[in-house]
Design a protein. Structure first.
Length: 101
């Protein structure tokens, strides 16, 4: 049985899942996840006192570990007209953070 603190955390996770997460199809299975896009500037090498930069967008999909998904590079993630390939992943606390391309 969970202690009161663990029960409160479980309730908070459920609220986050219900409000912030949406269904994503990953390799044919639906998982609740949060999609995020962040503008990213990648610094280049300095040559002749000029700085070369590449601008882009970092896309991530975040799931709870308890979702049962086992991250694998190369898996496909889809929602509506968005289709991505998982290029990297990170495990942090109780989260799975997928980097999409």
């Amino acid at each position: 049985m969970l202690n009161p603190f663990e029960q409160a955390l479980a309730q908070a996770d459920k609220v986050i899942e219900d409000i912030m997460m949406s269904p994503w199809l990953i390799e044919g299975v639906i998982y609740p996840a949060t999609y995020d896009e962040i503008p990213q500037r990648f610094e280049g090498m300095l040559q002749y006192n000029e700085e070369y930069r590449v601008n882009g967008t970092k896309r991530t999909l975040t799931l709870f570990k308890e979702s049962g998904y086992r991250p694998r590079v190369g898996d496909r993630a889809e929602q509506g007209d968005k289709q991505f390939v998982i290029k990297a992943f990170e495990l942090m606390d109780q989260l799975i953070i997928l980097q999409l391309e």
